[in-house]
Ligand binder design. Sequence first.
Ligand code: GLN
Length: 296
Amino acid sequence: MKKFLSTLLAAVMVMGLLTACGGSDASGNETQDATAPEAKEEAAPEAQEEAEPVEEGAEQESADADAAASEVLADGVLTVGTNAEFPPFEYVDDNGEPDGFDIALIKAIGEKLGVTVEVENMEFEALVSAIGSKIDLAIAGMTVTDERQASVDFSNPYYDALQYVIVPEGSEIASFDDLAGKNIGVQLGTTGDFIASDDVEGANVSQYNKGVDAVNDLLNGRVDCVIIDKNPAQVFETQFSGQIKALDGAQFGFEVENYAIALPKGDAALAQQVNKALEEIKADGTFDQLVADYIG
Ligand code: GLN
């Protein structure tokens, strides 16, 4: 294994060197642009030596990055955290196993990376802090937010989302202002929770670990509405059809959100590998097939 790695490393370095030479011959500007500040400082006295120290630095960086990636994936197992209470992205299937769009997506990514995916079902709130200890990464219809980015990195976004408002049939709630002072059900620690708790004037917010519990309290009148992501809202609307309605968040002025995979902070190599796998899955049609299978 080690021998293979060092051979590979040598090959990569040779290729890097070739690319570097080709790059500066064919389009010196491009090569220099990527590393411009260092290049200028180091090579100020003699312009000719410009490329060399910089290219070495770049090679070193990518070698380090490869080493870091192999650490998370080295045991051949990718431990993935989710909260299987968020259909159609994740739910527990009839056999008691986590399933859903996100689960299928991360398994496809695992396949591209050559690792086995093991899913840990936990509370949504616990996911971010578990990354790097209990789990390697998290996929859970998780919206990219500045707050979360303080403790984790995110993959490239893979799905657009929006908060929706579920109301009982016949409710008069129809705009953001109508939410003021209402009893609002949310999933604890979600973007719906942040809107209700931080933005809505005088709201009385009930936080649940499961979206379906919030919906149950909507059905029995304990809350006036539930703020939750569009797709789960539509699943619940279908499940309890005739009793509740899922209202488009656009009419409440909610902003579009992006789902992405939460990754350990600073592991650029892992992020790169996950993003590459994601790109391949999009390019080869797997992604669209999963959308058709799970989201429709
Ligand atoms: N998209 C929301 C968030 O990231 C909800 C995610 C979820 O409940 N699984 O906060």
